[in-house]
Write a protein that binds this ligand. Structure first.
Ligand code: FAD
Length: 476
């Protein structure tokens, strides 16, 4: 690169972290501005907001009602398989998708729907492998999805499926991202709330922010990446008033962490479909699980104002003060899921979280992928309706950034192609000493659990060989 460009990334959820990591690997000087502050010494406050409750690296198996969502998720899953190390799974194996017996009894053919979706996943994976054998990251296409007779220890099962979907542990994800940001020499400014982004006459941007001590600061950037979740829409609109977004639905959701005083025989996520019949049990280790029951979790859904792109006022209040039905809905979730998952019999609630899910449709069973928005020359926006699309989006974003450098005459096209490949290489390669040592890994993850305001017990990983109930097949 003729002159080292400075790039500012706004927001350090998973979208912002991947933007910063890939841009730094591509040779840019990267500054991350993140509003939150770390509560653990020696850590960056990464994934402290929506990204702190993510548990599934989707493969499309959970979306049997929309083939395009299934294909998008599988694309995301393939890219994630290359980008993230095994460590993020914390000993969890592949998720089980479960069709409910009671739903079949009520006349809804959820089993047929799931089987059809497995064929969509299988067909799409076969196409990807045919186009590029390097995409065969889950082995033989014939083996990628499998119907299994049942899932022991789950009630109300009409059919069960083993797929490439896999549950991960969000505190381990943060430990990995923190390491990569430091390894890439990213200038991480915490407690930095961005207040404006202004284009300059020379094509650069002035990013103004309020620093942790309240003082106004600015940084001038050659390129900017807007990764501030819902706040990013307004930033983009102010930079380019003619930009259009799809109709955006902001769904207020509730999700819980519970303890498992009797342990669990499952080292995988159980995803029981669908709505009132359904619910997720996602054990993070033998002592703690995340649970979700759609009718209790889906509190409300509002459309974002397409002009102001403002966050609805009541959401700001609910997120800050809680929702009046928060406890009632949490108890409802636990009560209902006890009917399916016996290990919840004596569980108590460790934490209840209200979050906003972004979607382009009102139906949570159809979760579209929004991609990366080119906002204006040298400025992109990446907002993730789904974590699963994070590496796909990061690849697109770093490619756009490199193309901009080529167009500005700072980089030649061959160099850009090489840097794009380098930017997407796997994390923790080579494996650092701390990642080889279970005690050090747990300590890092526990420090992030404090930042992320989630129970510290999350930092524990499943003991190796935790369960004998894991079916084996191919590479999956
Ligand atoms: C209940 C629930 C469960 C989910 N489960 C899954 C799942 O299992 N799998 C899946 O694929 N997806 C899941 N999702 C979706 C997933 O959570 C999101 O797609 C993803 O976490 C969004 O990441 P992000 O980086 O875009 O946003 P965030 O993680 O919210 O990060 C945005 C960051 O920007 C910062 N910020 C905001 N404004 C400013 C500002 N002005 N200045 C500086 N910084 C700012 C914030 O502090 C924050 O750190 C779930 C969503 C919900 C609501």
């Amino acid at each position: 690169m003729h002159r080292r460009e400075t790039h500012v990334v706004i927001g350090a959820g998973v979208a912002g972290c991947l933007s910063a990591i890939t841009r730094s690997r591509a040779g840019y000087q990267v500054v991350v501005l993140e509003r939150e502050r770390a509560r653990s010494a020696g850590t960056y406050p990464v994934c402290t907001q929506t990204s702190n409750i993510v548990s599934e690296n989707h493969s499309g198996a959970e979306y049997p009602f929309d083939p395009q969502s299934a294909r998008d998720c599988l694309d995301g899953r393939i890219e994630n398989e290359r980008f993230f190390p095994e460590l993020i799974y914390g000993g969890k194996t592949y998720s089980r998708i479960i069709a409910s017996r009671s739903m079949m009894d009520d006349g809804h053919d959820i089993v047929g729907q799931c089987r059809a979706n497995m064929r969509v996943i299988q067909g799409h994976y076969a196409d990807r492998c045919a186009q590029d054998p390097a995409d065969a990251v889950f082995g033989d296409p014939a083996d990628i999805c499998r119907e299994i007779p049942t899932v022991p220890g789950v009630r109300d099962v009409a059919a069960a499926f083993l797929t490439p979907q896999r549950g991960m542990n969000p505190v381990l994800v943060s430990a990995v991202l923190d390491w990569e940001l430091r390894s890439g020499g990213v200038d991480f400014r915490e407690g930095a709330t961005v207040t404006s982004v202004t284009p300059l006459a020379d094509g650069r941007y002035e990013v103004a922010y309020r620093a942790a001590d309240g003082t106004p600061e600015t940084v001038v950037a050659d390129q900017v990446s807007l990764c501030a979740a819902t706040a990013a829409f307004g930033m983009a609109k102010r930079l380019n008033p003619s930009i259009t977004f799809p109709k955006l639905f902001l769904a207020l959701r509730e999700i819980l962490y519970v303890d498992l005083p009797d342990g669990t025989d499952k080292n995988f996520t159980c995803l029981k479909l669908e709505d009132s019949y359904g619910g997720m049990l996602s054990p993070l280790n033998e002592g703690c699980a995340m649970i979700y029951h759609p009718p209790a979790a889906h509190i409300m859904n509002v459309v974002m104002d397409p002009e102001s792109c403002d966050f609805p006022e009541e959401y700001t209040r609910y997120l800050a003060e809680g929702h009046p039905e928060k406890e009632k809905r949490a108890a409802w979730t636990l009560d209902r899921l006890r009917e399916f998952y016996p290990e919840l019999r004596r569980s108590t609630i460790l934490g209840t979280y209200l979050k906003v899910a972004i979607n382009t449709v009102s139906d949570s069973r159809v979760r579209r992928n929004m991609g990366v928005f080119p906002v204006r020359s040298g400025c992109t926006m990446s907002v993730l309706p789904k974590w699963t699309m994070c590496a796909v989006n990061a690849r697109k974003e770093v490619t756009l950034a490199l193309e901009h450098s080529v167009a500005s005459g700072r980089l030649d096209a061959d160099e850009a192609r090489e840097l794009a490949g380098h930017a997407m290489r796997r994390c923790l390669d080579p494996l650092p000493d701390w990642a080889r040592d279970p005690g050090s890994t747990t300590a890092r993850a526990a420090a992030h659990a404090v930042n992320m305001n989630v129970p510290q017990v999350l930092a524990q990983r499943f003991a190796p060989g935790h369960t004998a109930a894991t079916p084996t097949r191919g590479t999956v």
